[in-house]
Design a protein around this ligand. Structure first.
Ligand code: ADP
Length: 484
């Protein structure tokens, strides 16, 4: 992997704690390339004590960082952003090697990830307070916003760069210090971010990375250490619940970006070709391994067969392969468990009357590859109706009318992203308002941007990331009552 990089210094394998590069007290753990299964790095395995040390150093550094002006913090963040973009190719290569997504997508993630550092650096200057007219003649009321303190993050493997920057951007801009625990599968992208933070002149202790093979150990330290004032997590609803319970003892502020089960609805007045393109982007980006990927595709009766055929033709032409090779549309899944889950969902659907019209097979020669799959005749008793598949499986449900599909779309504990294609203006308003989701894409399959608030309702999470709202998750409000 080092040979593929223009700047081999980006491939660092140690942890970054309080501005120092550290070996792991617990030795190392292996990082493998999901496309080939070979070990690409041995990364320092930090202990719970080392996580505590990172928190202690962050507490000290945060006091000073919070004193910096917004413009000063913005200056360092701008340099960090510039370095990420300068090294976009190398960062993308590292990301593809550890995560599997095609290189073009990986580079796209680097630009997306970097955009949060740029955007929130700019926002650092705009953490405005408020003056409230006094409730008595001698009173002057003022509201100021201050950083919460040390923020700790736990992030998943599907976006090894952007899930960290989306949290670190607003945290650092607000004046919080940040301790990141990347996913065990993908620590290299996180560590590369630390290399660039150091080069950008980020003060020691403000941004630390604690790679570890034991998520639960580090998670406990983050929840139990009184030095941490804010926990920010992206991952499954199941683990989110565990962390919320653990964080309760300290009444810690939490942001949670949890699972989704996104509906993608195609009404009979939709532009079908656009809907097919949207479905491809939305379903198969990162091989279906994003929390905003379409999980249930609902197609109105009148256009069902035409949509299924157009989608099948597009999907049949997609190339599955090593993400580092040219022309790859879909990389491997992250590991064999992910393949098993897709296969279980296909078997379950077939047993209940679903028909596989495309794909359905794992590539026997190469463990983690799976052909993109379409199932027609999907029904609400099938597993994917209630559970995220997190893989390249597109089930097509048939529906008759608007109210019926809204009810089906909302019939889930999740509420992250939703999508629909329609042209009728009153239908567009009605459905957008009726969907119980934090995000609605209308006539588009791609909704992520740093300038908009990303987050879920119901059991998909707490808080929002991105946009000017995103920084609020890292700020405390203080009311000052002055008698003159
Ligand atoms: P995913 O299916 O995306 O991997 P998970 O919720 O399992 O979702 O994992 C998200 C992150 O949470 C990963 O970095 C994982 O290592 C971590 N994690 C898993 N279990 C725990 C736990 N008990 N405490 C803290 N972190 C955990």
């Amino acid at each position: 992997l080092k040979n593929l990089l223009k700047d081999p210094g980006l491939l660092e394998t140690r942890g970054y704690v309080g501005g120092a590069w550290v070996e792991g007290d617990k030795g190392t753990f292996d990082v493998t390339n999901p496309a080939r299964g070979d070990v690409i790095a041995q990364v320092s395995d930090l202990s719970r004590e080392q996580a505590a040390e990172a928190i202690a150093k962050a507490e000290v550094a945060q006091k000073e960082w919070a004193q910096w002006t917004g413009k000063e913090r913005a200056g360092v963040m701008r340099k960090w952003f510039d370095l990420m973009m300068q090294h976009q190719d190398d960062l993308g290569t590292i990301l593809t090697a550890e995560q599997g997504k095609p290189l073009a997508e990986a580079k796209g993630e680097i630009a997306y990830g970097a955009s949060f550092i740029e955007f929130f650096g700019e926002e650092a200057k705009r953490v405005y307070g408020e003056m409230i007219p006094g409730h008595q003649r001698d009173k002057r009321l003022m509201v100021i916003k201050q950083p919460i303190g040390v923020a700790a993050s736990i992030t998943p493997w599907n976006f090894p760069n952007a899930m960290i920057t989306r949290k670190a951007g607003p945290a650092l801009a607000a004046g919080c210090a940040f301790v990141a625990r990347p996913a065990t599968e993908t620590p290299l992208s996180a560590i590369a971010l630390a290399v660039l933070a150091e080069r950008a002149g980020m003060p020691a202790g403000v941004f630390s990375v604690v790679p570890s093979s034991s998520a639960s150990e580090i998670g406990k330290e983050f929840c139990e250490n009184p030095g941490v004032r804010k926990l920010t997590f992206t991952g499954s609803t199941e683990v989110g619940r565990i962390l919320l319970r653990q964080a309760a003892d300290q009444v810690m502020k939490c942001s949670m970006e949890l699972g989704g089960n996104a509906p993608f609805i195609v009404f009979d007045d939709a532009d079908l070709d656009a809907a097919v393109e949207g479905a491809i982007m939305c379903k198969f980006r990162n091989n279906g391994q994003t929390c905003v990927c379409a999980n249930r595709i609902y197609v109105q009766d009148g256009v069902y067969d035409a949509f299924a055929e157009k989608l099948r033709a597009r999907v049949a032409a997609m190339k599955v392969g090593d993400g580092l090779e040219d022309g790859t549309d879909l990389g491997p899944l992250i590991n064999h468990d992910a393949i098993d889950k897709v296969q279980e969902h296909i078997a379950d659907a077939k047993a209940k009357g679903g028909e596989v019209i495309q794909g359905g097979e794992a590539d026997a020669t190469n463990g983690n590859f799976f052909g993109p799959t379409i199932i027609t005749g999907a029904t609400r008793d099938m597993a994917f109706a209630t559970e995220e598949t997190f893989g390249p499986l597109a089930p097509l449900f048939r529906f008759d009318d608007e109210d019926e599909v809204i009810a089906m779309a909302n019939d889930t504990i999740f509420g992250l992203a939703s999508y629909f294609y329609a042209k009728d203006l009153s239908r567009v308003y009605k459905v957008a308002e009726a969907l119980e989701y934090g995000i609605v894409g209308v006539n588009t399959g791609i909704i992520s941007t740093e300038v908009a608030p990303f987050g879920g309702v119901k059991q998909s999470g707490l808080g929002r990331e991105g946009s000017h709202h995103g920084i609020e998750d890292y700020l405390e409000m203080k009311y000052v009552c002055l008698s003159i």
